[in-house]
Each structure stands twice: as C-alpha cells, then as structure tokens.
Design a protein around this ligand. Structure first.
Ligand SMILES: Cc1cc2nc3c(=O)[nH]c(=O)nc-3n(C[C@H](O)[C@H](O)[C@H](O)COP(=O)(O)OP(=O)(O)OC[C@H]3O[C@@H](n4cnc5c(N)ncnc54)[C@H](O)[C@@H]3O)c2cc1C
Length: 307
C-alpha cells in the first residue's frame, strides 16, 4: 500500500485545524529544528556557513506564503533584497527561493510581477539567482507565465519549479526549456485532485523519470530536487551515459533530509544545493514535510501525546 499517498491528504487536513496548529507551534520544537534552520536570518546564515564547510551550496527561503495585505508583500520584497545583499556581503552565493503568494500573487499577477522586479534587480547586481517555488495547482499557470516575463527582463537570473505529479508538467518542461528557463524538478508537495495530478507513488515516480530524461542534457542547468535514491541513481546513470559534465546540473535536497546523502553526493563530485528554510512562518512548510513521511507524523503525534 502507498502509505505516503494514503496519509498526505488527512495529515494536511488535520494540520489545518487551529487547535492542532497552536499545539504544534507550542511544542513541536525538536522536529521543527530538524527541518527549519532557525527563526532569524542570522541563524540561517550560521547553517549556510556550516553547509559550506562540507562544500554544499544553499538556496535560502524566508518562510511565508499567502500574505493577507499589500504591506506584508512589500515587507517580503524588502527582506528578500536584504537577504541577497547579506549573502553577498558574507561571501556566500546569493541564491534564494521565493513564493509568489508571499509577494502578493493573491492580489493579482501584476502585483506579484512588480514585487519581483526589485528582488531580481538586486539579484542581478550581486550576480545571484532567484528560484520561484511552485505552490498549489491553482497558481501553476500564473507562476509559469510570471517567470517567463521576468526571465525576458532578467535572463538567467530567475527560474522556477516543475512538479512531476501534475499532468500538465510534460508540456511545461518543453515550454520552459524552449525559452532557456532553468527548472528545478520535484515530485510535488501539495494535496491535488486526480483531475490535475497523478495519484499514487508509481505514477508520480514514472512521470519524474520521464521528465528527468527529457531535461538532462537539454534543459539549462537542471536542478534535480529529490531525496529518492532510485531517482538520484537514474540521474547519475544518465549523466554518465550522456557524458555530461558535473557542472551542467545539480542535485537539490531539503535542509535536514538525508543529511549523509547530501555529503556523499558532494564527495562523489556532484554539485549539491541545500534548500534552507528559516523564519517565524514555518508552520505550512513544516506540515508538508510531515505529510511526506508517515514516520514523521507518528513522531510528532508521539511527542504531543507525551506532553
Ligand atoms: C530542493 C527541493 C525543493 C523543493 N521545492 C518544492 C516546490 O517548489 N514545490 C513543491 O511542491 N515541492 C517542492 N519540494 C518537495 C517535493 O515536491 C517533495 O514533496 C519532496 O521532495 C519529497 O519527495 P522526494 O522526491 O524526496 O521523494 P520521496 O519518495 O517522498 O522520498 C524519498 C526518500 O527521501 C526521504 N524523505 C523524503 N521526504 C522526507 C521528509 N520530509 N522527512 C524525512 N525523510 C524524507 C525518505 O527517506 C524517503 O524514503 C522540494 C523538494 C526539494 C528537495
């Protein structure tokens, strides 16, 4: 039985309950710090430096999504430009991941696009890169269209994410590759209906394989965002078969997940980037990490019951 598939929807639904949220916010401590680098930029930078000691690069994500006011979106613009400057000043690669709903996408495409411009301007100034994370399927088309516009204005400074569970992704990979826009390939972390997304691990993994094979050697500097050993192996095999230079793609893994593998991949000569989330708004991100793995959910449940 596909436990991940069976549990994801109910776990995400339970996590939405305000009482559960309050309880986890108060006492989820130990597991939260495994997945989230800290509540402040300074704490996150400590972790980025620690990763750099193992020659691992990072993409920083200041957690937050679906802001409720235009002022909150403006605050996010300011903090993203500051993060880029601080990374550059610290001699670290200025690479961040952002969510368009944190930059006001719920107020319209124009708002999100306008808010991205100062972020990309700063990224271009410090020779950095901004990855636009992919959110729920209600935002997919807008996210891709805005990325295309931004890429035309700041070529090579911005890219986005494709989720293999979405039925539309094959066409989206072609669309972005044709425009030379960088893609991070992931399986997808939201609970999506069968009308838009493949259901079940096998179908999602098969789609990932197919997209991976399409992208390697063709798409510009693809990011292979997975912890799945079979998909990591397939990437290595295809790269060898195609004679790809290790500098023509990178693996990306989440902070706190398969930490040994992160180091092993780097020691084997692959480029490895760790997605480092931080900030006070960690709850939705944390619940998606819990929903990915039934064992994590049991761990949270046990620690709550113990209290
Ligand atoms: C760098 C990066 C960026 C991402 N960006 C996005 C995005 O923009 N949009 C989006 O929808 N999704 C994003 N994701 C999440 C992604 O969609 C998956 O939900 C997540 O990566 C789990 O899938 P997997 O490919 O690792 O395979 P799985 O089959 O889920 O996991 C393979 C193995 O990895 C380990 N593992 C995986 N997840 C966990 C976990 N939470 N805790 C402990 N162990 C775990 C386990 O050993 C598991 O058996 C991102 C993932 C990565 C790595």
């Amino acid at each position: 039985m596909d436990l991940q598939q069976v549990f994801r929807r109910p776990i995400l639904a339970v996590a939405d309950n305000p009482v559960v949220e309050r309880t986890i916010r108060r006492s989820g401590g130990g597991l939260v710090s495994r997945f989230v680098a800290g509540e402040t930029l300074d704490l996150a930078l400590v972790q980025v430096r620690r990763l750099a000691e193992s020659d691992l690069t990072a993409t920083l994500d200041q957690l937050g999504e679906n802001v409720r006011t235009a002022a909150e979106a403006t605050t996010a613009v300011d903090s993203y430009t500051t993060i880029l400057s601080e990374l550059a000043a610290a001699g670290l690669e200025p690479n961040i991941s952002v969510k368009l709903t944190m930059l006001g996408l719920d107020f319209g495409d124009e708002v999100a696009h306008a808010n991205m411009l100062p972020v990309l301007r700063r990224a271009a100034e410090v020779k950095g890169f901004v990855r636009i994370d992919m959110e729920g399927s209600a935002y997919t088309e807008q996210t891709i269209a805005i990325t295309e516009r931004l890429h035309a204005e700041y070529p090579g400074v911005v890219g986005t994410v494709i989720q293999s569970y979405l039925r539309r992704s094959e066409a989206d990979v072609e669309r972005l590759t044709r425009k030379n826009i960088r893609i991070r390939l992931v399986k997808g972390a939201y609970a999506e209906p069968a009308s838009v997304a493949f259901q079940g691990r096998e179908a999602v993994d098969n789609a990932y394989r197919m997209l991976l094979v399409r992208m390697l050697g063709r798409a510009p500097y693809p990011a292979i965002g997975t912890h799945d050993p079979a998909l990591i192996e397939l990437t290595k095999e295809r790269a060898t078969t195609l004679g790809l230079s290790p500098d023509s793609y990178e693996f990306q893994l989440l902070y706190g997940v398969r930490r040994d593998e992160q180091v092993n991949l780097r020691q084997a000569g692959h480029n490895v980037r760790i997605y480092v989330p931080y900030g006070t708004e960690w709850y939705p991100y944390f619940t998606r990490r819990i929903a990915e793995r039934p064992a994590n959910a049991l761990f949270v449940l046990r620690s709550l019951v113990d209290r």
